[in-house]
Design a protein around this ligand. Structure first.
Ligand SMILES: Cc1cc2nc3c(=O)[nH]c(=O)nc-3n(C[C@H](O)[C@H](O)[C@H](O)COP(=O)(O)O)c2cc1C
Length: 190
């Protein structure tokens, strides 16, 4: 049997230099508690995204928040690839779209990524974890949520309190009970 604390422990990054506490504490679990997220906390996550930087200050992003039990939540869950079945336990899914309109140029996906990371770090600061998913049927989501043509569903973010690994299914435990890996060297000095 493995406990949630043991998972949190194994996920601690092996640092080569000191980093900001929230970066150290962030990782993407697959096991969530069904405990609801307070409205004010969701508002803070979206507010953090809103204040992220973007090319020409275009802010080419939009978020759909779907709480467990809602029609929108079911639409998002039904769009997910099989490997993302764990997400149905999360209390909230957030669909993040980038906006592509002529005036916005080519940096929409990049800008959305920054906004999502702001959201994720704000969530972590409030005691939540998250895991982003690109494996979902984007066309199906667009049709079922009637998303306008210039908005592009790009990632679904599962957000919630980390769950109880003593009650999680063995496949998820096997996947999450692994150290996090990173490339050794991502720089040269020039
Ligand atoms: C754009 C993006 C798409 C991702 N898609 C999926 C996905 O469909 N399913 C999944 O389980 N994890 C997905 N992930 C999670 C990554 O696998 C995870 O962030 C990575 O392994 C690093 O782990 P860490 O976030 O715990 O550091 C995605 C992450 C990002 C940023």
């Amino acid at each position: 049997m493995i406990t949630t604390d043991q998972i949190i422990d194994i996920k601690k990054p092996k640092l080569k230099a000191e980093i900001f506490n929230l970066f150290r504490k962030r990782f993407s679990p697959r096991v969530y508690s069904e405990e609801e997220i307070a409205r004010k906390d969701l508002d803070s996550m979206i507010e953090a995204a809103r204040w992220s930087p973007s090319a020409m200050n275009n802010q080419p992003w939009f978020f759909y928040i779907a709480k467990s039990g809602s029609v929108g939540f079911k639409i998002l869950i039904n769009s997910l690839g099989n490997r993302n079945y764990w997400a149905k336990k999360a209390p909230v899914l957030i669909l993040a779209c980038y906006i592509k309109e002529d005036k916005f140029g080519e940096y929409g996906q990049y800008d959305l990524g920054q906004a999502v990371f702001s959201l994720v770090i704000q969530a972590r600061s409030l005691g939540y974890h998250s895991r982003q998913m690109a494996d979902f049927n984007k066309k199906q989501v667009r049709n079922n949520l009637k998303i306008k043509n210039s908005f592009f569903p790009w990632v679904i973010i599962a957000v919630g309190k980390i769950g109880d690994y003593t009650k999680a299914d063995s496949t998820l435990i096997e996947k999450d009970n692994l150290e996090r890996k990173r490339k050794e060297n991502i720089k040269i000095e020039i």
